[in-house]
Design a binder for this molecule. Sequence first.
Ligand SMILES: [Fe+2]
Ligand SMILES: [Fe+2]
Length: 297
Amino acid sequence: MMFRLAQVSDPHFQCFRLASLRQLLGKRAVGALNLLVRRRRKHRMELLQALLEDLPGRAFDHLALTGDLCNVALESEWSAALRWIEATGLPADRVTVIPGNHDAYVPEVVASGAFERMFAAYMTAELRAGEAAYPFVRLRGEVALVCVSTGVPTGDLGAWGRVGEAQLARLESLLVAPEVKARRRVLLIHHPPILNRHGEDCNLRDRAALQAVLARTGADLVLHGHDHRDFFKELPGPGGSRIPVVGAGSASYAGGPDTRSRYNIYEIDGAAITFVTYAHDAATGKFVEFRRKRVAG
Ligand SMILES: [Fe+2]
Ligand SMILES: [Fe+2]
């Protein structure tokens, strides 16, 4: 049976009051305010509303949000994201959330586990490796969603990410667990596992180690966000196989047709995987099919 997975990435919900910003971020408030003002023009909340209204017209089984739900890790931003998720009307077991680098903007907030608490309903797992929060695995029909965190508190000092040695070891054990291996393995990760167009301060630091894990274990599909651009590449899997890697653009970006607010739906039908990108059309205000690509099978 075909499984349809929708991916919404990098919504960067913006919701703050100046007074609370100072109180919550202290001397980080100036950098945060700069970032918020710059982003206000680039990421438009009305595009997220338009996307929300488009979703019910599409057929999909599950919705994955691949990080950067906020800008500066404020609870008010995450609350806005939660309200949006709830407005989809989807039950929690049909929505999966992973963090991005912006969700790890403030070290104290990362240490407090606030993100994991707020989005707990969307991070329940059938499978984990021990007590660690990441990776977590959600089994849905013939699909296993293997969910990784690359969030490192970098603040204003970059947008890089890291899986980390310990999480990589857990990831390897989960990817070969019998319940996972018996299904189509979809890895959800915020940062691209391949060098993107920016420098090291925007990339996944230990991407080579992650690629080595995937080359040993294999996977059916790797989905990421972060770059705010459509992305497609392949990574080598075991025995000469290839693993499709697809990046979704930002759900709220107010750019031209190539980057404007968009989301993907992956049709996973046995070994055959096709994805469709739906992009916001500024002229009509509607989402239209922008690209359809078969990436496996
Ligand atoms: Fe982002
Ligand atoms: Fe990001």
